[in-house]
Every structure is written in C-alpha cells, then in structure tokens.
Ligand binder design. Structure first.
Ligand SMILES: C[S@@+](CC[C@H](N)C(=O)[O-])C[C@H]1O[C@@H](n2cnc3c(N)ncnc32)[C@H](O)[C@@H]1O
Length: 323
C-alpha cells in the first residue's frame, strides 16, 4: 500500500528524521527507505516546507514486544552482552525467561542460583532458555570484553563509575588495579590514556585469562597483567599515582598493600559496602586506623554512594590522597 513520504538528500536524512519526530510527523510504523542519493521518510501527516512530498511502498516495522508488555511487570535481570541473568529474587522464572529470549539482543537466559561469593566473587548460574552458553562479548564505553559469566566476576552496573575513575587519571601516570577481574577499569583507563601504564592484578586464573585476551581485543600495549595474590603479585611495584581497590567486602585486609604501592600524594580509590545510616563514617574510621598503623595519613577527596547493593546497603567509593 502506498504511503505519503518526503524525499530528502541522504546528507540531510538524520537531521530531517529528528525534525519530523519533533513535529510528530514521522510514521514510526514504516521503515525508512533509500532511493539512490535520496532517503524516503514516511510521514503520517502533510508537513510544510519539505517539498518533494510523494508516495511509495514501505515495509512495516515489526515491533518487538518488551518483556514488560509480555509479562505485565518488569522483571529484574542483568544483561551482559547477549546473556540475560535473572535476579535471584525473581519467581515465575519460566515465563520471564520466555519473554526475555524473544528479545533480539538476548540469546541466552540464565538464573543466578546464588549471590556472588568466595574469593573470586563468582556465582552459581543455571540455564533457563536460548543457547546454552556462558561466554559472551560485552561492550562498554567503546571497549570490548570477552568473559564467561560463570567463571569470573562482572557487573555492567559500574559502567559510569569506571568512567569517573578513568576521568581522574592523566597521561603518563601509573595505575595499579589491585583486583582487576577481566579488566573493565584497567582497559578503559589504558584505552583512554595511551601514555599511562596500567598494572592489572587478579588471583582468579580464569579472570586473568580473559583479562589478557581483552588487552589484545582492545589492541592495548600499556597494560601489564599479573596473576596471583596481590600481596605477592605486586612485588616490585612502587610509586603508583592511582591504586584501584575494587574488592568491596574485604578491601580493608589489603589496605597495607595499597599503602606500599602508592606514591606520596597518590590517590587510592577504595570500594566498600556500608549501611545507609552511616555511608562513610565507619569506613573512614577504619581506613584511618590502618593508615596510622602503616605510618601514613590520608585526605579524603571524594565520597560516593555508587549503587544500592542490598536492602539498606550501598556499594560506596572513597577516593583519598595518601600523604
Ligand atoms: C569485585 S571483583 C572486581 C573485578 C573488577 N575490578 C570489576 O570491576 O569487574 C574482585 C576481584 O578480585 C579478585 N581477588 C580477590 N582476592 C584477591 C587477591 N588477594 N589478590 C588478587 N585478586 C584478588 C577476584 O578474583 C575478583 O576478580
């Protein structure tokens, strides 16, 4: 069936499409077409000032129903690449999985049987729908990461936080990522600041295998990967400008190591979990106590509640300068 459209030079296509959306004139049920050097944009009402009004046959846009439309509620899930991981508090798993796997961007649906736990901060996952796999490629802030969600720690919920930290690093500086995982802090920093030197450490051999792969995937030459317990794997490292400590449940145990790695005036980015009634007070007290024992003092620069972690609990970050 023929529909009304405007024909516009290819060069002006995107700006015109936006103008038509603002005017409420773009026919969103039909697909925009290319015709040589021109773009044919379907409209649902006559629009003045665009000339070239015509008619053409357009393909219909097949609308994908969202999980919310299919289920009537919004299920809680995390999307890592093309793998959806349903939150472990959800019930009605079969229906949620069926609704999720209908989405074009989702190939696999898993369920988190356990919370993240253990030294390597991993979780038990079980298969629910789609392709039975646990490895994927995830894109964030123009970087790519290959990872196996069942073997390593990873959350997409820190994307903004990683950008914030990368924004504090300057070219030429040395950064130690003490608990690097598959490298989302290290790789972003190394990519944004090609003249920085990033030392990325992790104890989980699987995480380190992906970390190395991701360094290559992002074509980086300024990341030094070290495998092992940070206490020994950081041997020989001194005078870092930044130390990232993303091990929120037990970071305090490694503060003495961080104080040995950082240069005078350098910044430690320390993550912790705290109660909403006292977001920073107790954590700062503990940091100060350990600093005193290590004969250094600290000056807090920024304190942030990064994201809600559990009922009444927050994942927080304190950036402090070591003097
Ligand atoms: C919360 S995850 C953070 C990973 C990464 N920074 C991210 O944002 O995805 C903590 C990481 O620390 C690693 N880890 C735990 N204890 C460690 C230790 N003593 N030395 C080195 N790495 C350790 C775990 O294997 C895990 O990959």
């Amino acid at each position: 069936m023929e529909s009304q459209c405007i024909s516009i030079n290819k060069r002006d296509g995107e700006i015109t499409r936006r103008e038509l959306i603002e005017m409420g004139a773009l026919d969103k049920n039909l697909k925009i077409k290319q015709d040589g050097e021109h773009i044919l944009i379907p409209v649902n009402k006559p629009v003045e000032g665009y000339g070239n009004i015509g008619y053409d046959d357009f393909e219909e846009v097949i609308k994908e129903e969202t999980p919310q439309e299919l289920l009537g509620t919004s299920p809680a899930y995390e999307l890592v690449g093309d793998i959806a991981i349903i939150d472990r508090y959800e019930s009605d798993l079969k229906n949620i999985a069926e609704a999720l796997v209908k989405q074009k961007k989702i190939r696999t649906v898993l369920y988190a049987d356990t919370p993240v736990s253990g030294e390597y901060r991993t979780r038990e996952l079980s298969y629910l729908a789609g392709e039975n796999k646990t490895e994927t490629i995830y894109r964030e802030n123009k970087c790519r990461y290959r990872l196996d969600v069942s073997k390593v720690y990873f959350t997409p919920r820190l994307a903004t936080e990683r950008l914030r930290i990368a924004g504090q690093v300057k070219n030429g500086e040395t950064v130690v990522d003490m608990f690097a995982g598959i490298g989302p802090f290290s790789i972003l920093i190394a990519k944004k600041l090609p003249d920085s030197h990033v030392i990325a450490i992790d104890k989980n051999p699987e995480a380190v295998r992906y970390l190395r792969e991701n360094v290559e995937l992002n074509k980086l030459e300024n990341v030094e990967v070290r495998e092992g317990d940070v206490r020994t794997a950081s041997n020989g490292v001194r005078d870092a400008d930044h130390v990232i400590m993303n091990l929120p449940h037990s970071g305090f145990e490694f503060l003495d190591v961080a104080f040995g790695l950082i240069k005078k005036g350098g910044i430690v980015h320390f993550y912790a979990i705290s109660h909403e009634d006292d977001l920073f007070g107790e954590t700062l007290l503990k940091i100060n106590e350990i600093a005193r024992r290590c004969n250094v003092s600290i000056v807090p620069i920024e304190k942030r509640a990064v994201r809600p972690y559990a009922p009444y609990q927050y994942n927080i970050c304190i950036d402090f300068r070591v003097t």
